[in-house]
Design a protein around this ligand. Structure first.
Ligand SMILES: Cc1cc2nc3c(=O)[nH]c(=O)nc-3n(C[C@H](O)[C@H](O)[C@H](O)COP(=O)(O)O)c2cc1C
Length: 204
């Protein structure tokens, strides 16, 4: 079948995109609220966009009441965020952190997650996550008829857990995807782990 996206509502387009553009990586984003508590939320409209500078993008819609999501408010006001790649064991906590809460109420209050220092980044990171990026706001673009906010974040440094890496000849770091065990978003309430890893050399 063919779908004419120009004739569909934004809800219908969203529904089709999230089911077909899969699997999507998930950014698990920690920011700081005005009252100093920490906000945590997952976003799967997320990817890498540039290596110089090192940039990722997140695309945020609105809260059900039409107001800005807390993550956007915090990044606009305090610019820094810690972006985690969660492993499959953390999926229940990641899912729970997507609850819509009042601004200033921390998702971490109900989650059994330990934070640790991530200096020189001003925010902590979730200790158990195996990859975390220390990011700051680079640019925010507002686009679309329903005002989607695209946040470009500059990665200043990165934490890689020692259990997921080995050193190759010449000191190059090999990250073992199976040991990272990232969780991916599919459509609706479906998620996926990595499944089979296929190795294939690129043509010259
Ligand atoms: C796996 C997953 C991925 C999500 N991806 C997005 C996304 O890309 N953009 C978005 O606006 N909301 C996304 N959401 C919904 C937000 O996580 C949710 O609105 C959350 O309450 C936002 O929190 P905040 O207001 O604290 O920033 C996603 C939810 C889940 C469970």
């Amino acid at each position: 079948m063919y779908l004419d996206f120009n004739k569909l509502s934004s809800d219908q387009v969203y529904f089709h995109i999230i089911q077909s553009l899969i699997p999507r990586p998930i950014a698990w984003v920690l920011t700081q609220n005005r009252n100093q508590s920490y906000n945590l939320a997952p976003f799967s409209y997320f990817n890498a966009v540039c290596s110089d500078p090192a940039l990722i993008m997140l695309s945020l819609g609105k809260k059900p009441d039409g107001s800005r999501k807390d993550t956007l408010v915090n990044i606009q006001e305090r610019k820094f965020f810690s972006l985690h790649i969660a492993h499959t064991e953390l999926l229940p906590a990641l899912n729970q952190s997507s609850a819509t809460l009042e601004y200033g109420q921390s998702e971490l209050d109900d989650l059994n997650l330990k934070l640790c220092d991530f200096a020189p980044h001003p925010l902590p990171r979730i200790q158990t996550c195996r990859v975390t990026y220390a990011c700051e706001n680079y640019q925010i673009h507002t686009l679309g008829n329903t005002a989607q906010h695209v946040i470009y974040g500059k990665i200043n440094h990165c934490y890689l857990d020692d259990t997921i890496i080995t050193y190759q000849d010449g000191g190059k770091i090999k990250l073992h995807a199976d040991k990272l065990d990232p969780v991916a978003r599919l459509g609706a309430s479906e998620y996926a782990g990595l499944g089979e890893i296929i190795k294939l050399q690129r043509p010259a």
